[in-house]
Structure formats: C-alpha cells, structure tokens
Ligand binder design. Sequence first.
Ligand code: FE2
Length: 395
Amino acid sequence: MIISENDIKLMRPFKFRIPHEVIFESGCSFLAPEKALQLGSKRPLFITGSKMAKSKNLAALMERSSELGMNPGHWDNVEPEPPVELLEAAAKEIRKGSYDCLIALGGGSSMDFAKMAAVMAENPDIKVSDMVGSEKIPRKGLPTIMIPTTSGSGSEVSAVAVFSFTEENMKKGISSRFLVSDIALVDPKLTLDLPPHITAASGMDALVHGVESFLSLGTNQLTQDLALIAISNIYANLAECVLNGSNLNAREAQSYGSMVAGMAFSMSGTAGVHAMAYPLGGKYHVPHGEANTALLRWVMEYSIEGCEEKFIPIAKAMGVPVNGMSACEAARAALQAIVELGEKIGVKTRLREFGIPKEAASEMAEAALKEVRLMSNNPRPLDFAAVKKIYENAW
Ligand SMILES: [Fe+2]
C-alpha cells in the first residue's frame, strides 16, 4: 500500500521504544552471560524469585558467567507483585556488591523488579513514589537483560513496571524510556514446564494487553497492527499451551504473542481492565493475570457501547466469523469468544472466588479511579458509578 501525504498527516504520532537487541529463539537464554559481557559487565547480578533460585537453568547461567571470567551474584528475594520496600533493599545490595548489570530470569514480577532496581541503583537520591507515572525517572540505570519464563507480562520489551505500595494497599505503574531493558532473550523453551494455571493466567494477561492496547484512546497505527498480531497468536494457541504444555510450537506462538502485546501496550498504555485490576492486586493480593481475567468480561461489556466498530478487527484477528453481523453483534461475538476461552482454560471469573467481599466495590472503585494514566485510556469513559457497578457485576 502506498501511503499518501494526507494519510501521513492523519496518522497519530508514536514513539516506539524496545530493547537494543531482542532475540527470539528456543534455547537463546543461554546467551545471557555472553550478552552481559558484551554490555561490559564484570559483575552481573541474576534476579529471580525463590522458586527459580533452585532451577538448573540459573545454575548453568551462573556457571557460564564464571567461565567467561565474570564474578556473578544472585538475588533470589523477588516476591510476586513486588513491594517497593524490597526494591530499596535490592538497590542497596546492588551498590554494596558493586554489581554492574542485572539479569532477570522469571515472570513479570522478576523482570519489573530488575528493571526498576537497576534504575534505583543509579538514582539513590530519588524515592520510588516520586517516579510513579510517566517519564519521571531522571537517569538511566544499570544495563539489564530480560529472560522471561512466562508468556504474559511483556515486560521483556515494555517501558513499564508495576509495584505494590504496601502502605496504601495499592499497585502503581511506572512508565519510562529508562525502563526499557537493553537486551531481551525470549526463549519459549523456558515456558514448557509452566503449570497450567500460571500459563492460563499469564496468557490471559497477554491477551488483555492486546485487546486493551488496541482499544486504548492512546493507541496508534503501530500499536494496533502489533495488537492484532498478538491477539491472533494468543487466541489460537493459549488453550493448547494450557491443555498440552509440552507443545513447543504453541508455546513459541504464545511467547511471540505475549512479546508483541508488550510492544503494543508499551506505546499506548492499557486501560480500564488494568486500572481496575490494581486494587485487586494491591489490597487482596490477587495475581495480576487472574485479576485481569476476572474483570475483562465486565469492563468490555461496558466498553462496547458506542465503540462497537472497534471490536470488529479484534473478532477477525481471533477468527470469529462476523460476516453478515451488525457491528454490535460482531463486538458481542468477540467478547463471547474471549469469555469462552477463559472458561475453557479454567481461570477464575468471579471476584468472590478470591475472597473479596461484595461491599468492597466502593472502596476499590475509589482506588481504581486514581489510576488516571490507565483510566483515561478507556474507550468509553469510566466514572465512579460505572466502576463500582463493574466490580459488583464481576463479584
Ligand atoms: Fe498486564
């Protein structure tokens, strides 16, 4: 297609920031020590959660780092939905140990943690709370390498990290060009052993990234192109990844979809589903993917009104037949397909299943509306009454 001058003027501007190097290949995670060396590292620090600390992959990467003449260390204290206090402890440790490169091996929590700890290690004078929001990080941090072991967060390529602010019982996001990692090593083989429930929840998170970035008021042409590729790959492969986790073809397609969704939302931001998921994670410690999945149907049902046409490309990307349907019917068919996928892979769909009381809707609505960065992206405006009603519907 030839783009005319008029078309160019009509396109929304965008900034696309991804790591300097993205390698996508089964087995490529073992390149991490070489890549750290290329970044000039002598003392890399591997960042993991406690379970990953015992993995053979980590042991092999540490050993290889030593063989290459580096003196690696290991921080294994990353908690799910990491609290900011832990970041401060890690930053101190990094400075004390003179680490010069952080390598995250894990899911979204470990990757977000490493990206932000790298920033804090180089910005000791600034509090995390002062960096919440968009582009509030003043300086680049230490070099980082991301090795995702789940297919969901897209953190390996995104400019975003999310943390729990325990005093406020709230999760908050930080978005900055300095949160883009230097190198992403996407190795779908690492996801082969993921248990079905984690595959399902993290996979639905990636699907939500695709859907929300496509619908976001902050979207642009490149985001939309990437989002549809992501939705198509994830919708076609997620159930197979959950039901037959050893299928490497499906795992590769899911890893690809998740990575591309990360690129998409990193530009546009996510929207109402993520904003409303934050209080579920912050106060009730519902894992991120599960919180998104439980809310997706209800936020989308609300958002369809007035935005029906926007759902048609999503339906087509999922292969849902929409010929002869009105825009409204096509939008509902797309939503129904997503709901059925969630049911098929066994994710929880009701807030009461997480022990959240119905009366919490008001308090959660107040908290979610503070997520202005994401709320303002929703294709249909959300106010207190609408958000409260969505929580009640989801209960
Ligand atoms: Fe997410």
